[in-house]
Design a binder for this molecule. Structure first.
Ligand code: CTP
Ligand code: MG
Length: 418
């Protein structure tokens, strides 16, 4: 059996909520809940000990039961001590003797992904030593001489940061060796690996994760909320059609609707869905009256919140007299691109007695898709003799469009050190 000790007994003084930190909500869920969730998704059964503030033991037991579900039999909740060192000792004492490897984890690093936990377990197994997850230090680091009680200081030297890492949790160890190290430790070490190493243990380093940062201050809490929001964002799926975005990029998705109607005018050529229908009456209009192209155009513009075809291209503008549907569609796609939107798919239905769409559906789909750049589905229907379409006075078209845009919701990711 393997185990994780989650220390959650701190008071959270620097966060300043007046509530023990592990019970402060991060985007609606208490930090401890978020810290525990990944531990119950691991492939191998894992015993979980939570070290809680003594006055919160009942609340903590209910929380653990809720998150663990059927795995609650492999959990324990014990009261913490006056400092982290004492809390870790209390957690280690509560472990069954069948445990071989143990990880010690801060509840305050509540967004640590499950694969970091697995990585540390794996490395303890393969090395038989202590293991810490760590990230490179990105700031230039300087050693300083603190001059006075106000923390004023002068720089002594720049430290070579290539030799430095920021260390996170969970930190993993063979249980016997960690218990022995704690039994003989002074209290000057700030993490478990420090205690382990002071007792002569070897500690290996594996890759950490920016999301495993420790929530200490109100700024960290805001950053955690941004990470949670980013995780919940829609992602652009791999293999999706269209001139898309790299898989995994957070995206906003919007849907739009467009409707257009034109009356028949036998004196003009018939163009519907970018195709010519030589034997059919044409459609009246300032442009070529292609109701299908115009409905698609409106659907695209409305999906992107960019208004409509009349407002964008001017129905009275002489530049568009007799213009083909291609002109408006190209214009709409260009306006979307300027605003960062990319079409995802389009669907359009032609409503009227004629021209008949069926025999030329695929040709029409291809013609529209060639301009919009994504699949366009075309369907046709009549209105059973009812209304202006049923009386053969005109043609209507209804279109929907789906569009997407990268949200660029990148969050600041840096390592945090205890
Ligand atoms: N911790 C603990 N028992 C303590 C002190 C700390 O279990 N007596 C735990 C915290 O709950 C936290 C982790 O150790 O998950 C790291 O400690 P820290 O971030 O310092 O948390 P707090 O001590 O709660 O915060 P502060 O120092 O601001 O009061
Ligand atoms: Mg503390």
């Amino acid at each position: 059996m393997r185990a994780v000790v989650v220390v959650a007994a701190g008071s959270g003084t620097r966060l300043g909520f007046g509530v023990p930190k592990a019970f402060v909500p991060v985007a609606g869920r208490r930090m401890l809940e978020r810290a525990l969730e990944p531990l119950f998704t691991l492939a191998e059964p894992t015993f979980v000990v939570v070290v809680a503030p003594v006055e919160r033991l009942d609340e903590c037991r209910a929380l653990v039961a809720d998150v663990a579900g059927p795995a609650v039999g492999h959990t324990a909740v014990v009261p913490g001590g006056p400092d982290r060192h004492a809390s870790v000792e209390a957690g280690l004492a509560a472990l069954p003797d069948s445990v071989a490897s143990v990880l010690v984890h801060d509840a305050a690093r509540c967004l640590t992904p499950a694969d970091q936990v697995e990585r540390v377990f794996q490395a303890v197994r393969t090395t038989g030593a202590g293991v810490v997850p760590a990230l490179p230090v990105t700031d230039t680091v300087k050693r300083v001489d603190v001059l006075g009680p106000d923390d004023s200081a002068v720089v002594v030297e720049t430290v070579d940061r290539a030799a430095l890492v920021g260390v996170q949790t969970p930190q993993g160890f063979p249980l016997d060796a960690l218990r022995a190290a704690y039994a003989s430790a002074s209290r000057s070490e700030t993490d478990d690996a420090g205690v382990f190493q002071a007792a002569g243990g070897v500690v290996h380093v594996v890759a950490g994760d920016a999301d495993a940062f420790k929530i200490t201050t109100a700024w960290d809490l805001r950053r955690a909320e941004a990470v949670v929001a980013d995780r919940g964002a829609d992602r652009w799926p791999s293999g999706s059609p269209g001139p898309g975005l790299p898989a995994g990029v957070p995206v906003a998705t919007r849907v739009g609707l467009g409707v257009d109607v034109h009356a028949f005018d036998a004196a003009v050529p018939c163009r519907v869905g970018l195709l010519a229908f030589p034997d059919e009456p044409g459609l009246a209009g300032h442009s070529d009256g292609d109701a299908v192209a115009h409905a698609v155009c409106d659907a695209l513009l409305s999906a992107a919140g960019l208004g409509d075809i009349g407002g964008r291209f001017g129905t009275d503008d002489p530049r568009y007299a007799g213009a083909s549907g291609t002109v408006f569609l190209q214009g709409a796609v260009a306006l979307l691109a300027e605003a960062g939107w990319v079409p995802t798919s389009v669907s359009v239905q032609v409503i009227g007695n004629r021209p008949r769409i069926g025999a030329r559906r695929e040709e029409m789909q291809d013609a529209l898709a060639a301009v919009v750049g994504v699949p366009v589905a075309v369907s046709g229907t009549t209105t059973d003799g009812l209304g202006f379409t049923g009386r053969g006075e005109g043609l209507a078209a209804i279109a929907t469009a789906l569009v997407h845009r990268a949200t660029g919701a990148d969050t600041v990711h840096t390592a945090a050190v205890d």
